[in-house]
Design a protein around this ligand. Structure first.
Ligand code: HEM
Length: 148
């Protein structure tokens, strides 16, 4: 698996997630699904909760991809301090964002929490973008070392 494409895919899916989050907020649908982790329709999507359900599903996928990129940033051939730092920080911010998402729901969209959710989202995007840029600048063949 070429590491740079994993880092790039993480950036693209994160942008889509943040776009949906912005739509969720501006369309006033933030509390469309008033519980966490699942909507009243359970795992399956339903028209009534579609936007929020999609935000959460893509958040889960984004979390997995950003953690995989964080691990890869330590294991890829030619790994350096900067890519490890941005990759790891992105992993920490992604996990914080998912926890914050639950708090946004539990506090019924408390303005300060939503603002923090947005703020961490921007930091997460910055770290994911830097990791992707560093990944495309790595000299070697992008292979992730499997043995130490
Ligand atoms: C990596 C994970 C996540 C990212 C990057 C993310 C990002 C965002 C962004 C950028 C917004 C728009 C905020 C604004 O316009 O002020 C947003 C809104 C929102 N997010 Fe997330 N989110 C993530 C995960 C989650 C999760 C797991 C949940 C729920 C369990 C969640 C619930 C919400 C809600 C309810 C809103 C709308 C807030 C409102 O209407 O005021 N988010 N998200």
């Amino acid at each position: 698996m070429l590491f740079k494409y994993l880092a790039l895919a993480s950036l693209v899916i994160l942008y889509i997630l943040m776009f949906i989050g912005g739509y969720l907020e501006s369309s006033g649908q933030g509390l469309e699904c008033p519980q966490w982790p699942l909507c009243p329709s359970g795992f399956l999507p339903s028209a009534a909760y579609l936007t929020e359900w999609t935000h959460r599903l893509i958040a889960a996928m984004t979390g997995v991809m950003i953690i995989a990129t964080a691990v890869g940033s330590w294991k890829v051939a030619g790994s350096h301090k900067k890519i490890r730092a941005t990759g790891t920080l992105a992993g920490i911010f992604a996990m914080s964002q998912i926890a914050l998402g639950a708090i946004v729901i539990n506090t019924q969209l408390k303005a300060t929490i939503v603002a923090i959710h947005n703020g961490i989202g921007i930091l997460l995007f910055a770290m994911t973008l830097l990791t992707a840029i560093y990944a495309f600048k790595l000299p070697y063949g992008q292979t992730i070392k499997t043995s130490a």
